[in-house]
Write a protein of this length. Structure first.
Ligand code: PLP
Length: 419
């Protein structure tokens, strides 16, 4: 029963340091968030000890009467949240949810058609070193070179030529809504299934502030930790007819014992996501991203070779185009890090620089909105980022760091939590 600080001071120190980092910097990685204290509690609980292979009421282990309650709550809550007929809350991660979804829908050797990784797609949508690129034949669609948007007419023609078994809607870096009705009609026209990976924008969908892919898709996957602000993990939603295949694709297809502490934490996160505070917060997520996009698309930034892909955003992130800037993605990421703002560099479509360097930044607002930021604070953050990117290596990092510190101090993170 020895406390962590006593048993393993080195790891206790990591927790302390990370809490300090999260408190003292501005987290703007688009795929990150701050899970509520109640989610951390559920996840750091005795449920971590329990084996529960199988599904509620049909387990391969005894003693599952209480974890069954947690899993059933998670399932019912997420079905209600998204209006889905079926849910599987066992995937350990987004990638595992995606692996199970594809395994349930098609056979190795079948063809998938998803957004190219270089244009904002995810590894699991057909990247050659990923299971998806190894198991399936891959065709990829791209954004347009002038608008940086997906042209649905072109996608229709490509789908007719490629005849994929699965069409993938969804992205890791794309700042606009997708036209799910058009995806459905293309899938129907070519006899393909439609899988939507809403990992990034699920929280916006839950809040009713983004079109829902659920009515249009055969299968929808998501992570729970991005805009949804839950524990790191995945979830699958689908029409009821897919229930048997999906259940078996997750367990025993992809996984052994489900992580019951994480499933309990998912149930908590889904409860939070159904509430009024969550909806109001997602409104600030989008408002903040729009403020950021507007500021970074002004002429003073353009003069420094900095602009915003597609000219704005509909979602929780902004893609900054640095192809004409003296800063590459790595330098811009490092520069913002030096003033206390955490973002990630990101390849822009048609990027002339290598993937480890890139010519872009992906900047997201979910974590800061969770922290309490509204329009005034997002305007100040946008100004700090604008000044840093405009000045490049000549930026007055000290002064910008002080402005970051003022914002961070005004919105205490996890008050009362020690580590
Ligand atoms: N799908 C999309 C669209 C993502 O952006 C990500 C994560 O970045 C994933 C799936 C994978 O999630 P995880 O990191 O939990 O495996």
């Amino acid at each position: 029963n020895t406390p962590l600080a006593e048993l393993d001071p080195e790891i206790a120190q990591v927790l302390q340091d990370e809490l300090g980092r999260q408190r003292n910097t501005l987290e703007m990685i688009a795929s990150e968030n701050f899970a509520p204290r109640a989610v951390l509690e559920a996840q750091g609980s005795v449920l971590t000890n329990k084996y529960a292979e199988g599904y509620p009421g049909r387990r391969y282990y005894g003693g599952c009467e209480f974890v069954d309650v947690a899993e059933n709550l998670a399932i019912e809550r997420v079905k209600d949240l998204f209006g889905a007929e079926y849910a599987n809350v066992q995937p350990h991660s987004g990638a595992q949810a995606n692996a199970a979804a594809l395994a349930a829908m098609i056979n190795p050797g079948d063809k998938i058609l998803g957004l190219s990784l270089a244009h904002g797609g995810h590894l699991t949508h057909g990247m050659k070193l990923n299971f998806s690129g190894k198991l399936y034949e891959v065709a990829a669609y791209q954004v347009e070179a002038d608008s940086f948007r997906i042209d649905m007419d072109k996608l229709r023609e490509q789908a007719k030529a490629e005849k994929p078994q699965v069409i993938i809607a969804g992205w890791s870096a794309y700042p606009r809504h997708l036209d799910f009705a058009a995806f459905r009609s293309i899938a129907d026209e070519v006899g393909a299934l439609l899988w939507t990976d809403m990992a990034h924008f699920a929280g916006l969908v839950a809040a009713g502030l983004h079109p829902s892919p659920v009515p249009y898709s055969d299968v929808v996957t998501s992570t729970v930790h991005k805009t949804l602000a839950g524990p790191r993990s995945g979830v699958i939603l689908a029409k009821q007819e897919w229930a048997k295949k999906l259940n078996s694709a997750v367990f025993p297809g992809q996984q052994g014992g489900p992580l019951m502490h994480v499933i309990a934490a998912k149930a908590v996160a889904f409860k939070v996501a159904a509430g009024a505070e969550f909806k109001e917060r997602q409104g600030r997520v989008i408002e903040g991203a729009k403020i950021l996009a507007e500021r970074l698309n002004q002429p003073d930034l353009a003069a420094a070779g900095v602009s915003v892909l597609t000219g704005g955003t509909d979602v929780h992130l902004v893609l900054v185009d640095l192809r004409n800037s003296a800063l590459d993605g790595q330098q811009a990421e490092d520069l913002l890090h030096s003033v206390g703002i955490t973002v990630n560099r990101n390849a822009v479509p048609f990027d002339p620089r290598p993937p480890m360097v890139t010519s872009g930044l992906r900047i997201g607002t979910p974590a800061l909105a969770t922290r309490g930021f509204g329009a005034a604070e997002f305007s100040e953050v946008a100004e700090i980022i604008a000044e840093a990117l405009k000045a490049g290596s000549a930026a007055d990092a000290e002064a910008l760091r002080a402005r970051v510190a003022t914002l961070a101090e005004a919105f205490p993170l996890y008050p009362g939590i020690e580590s």
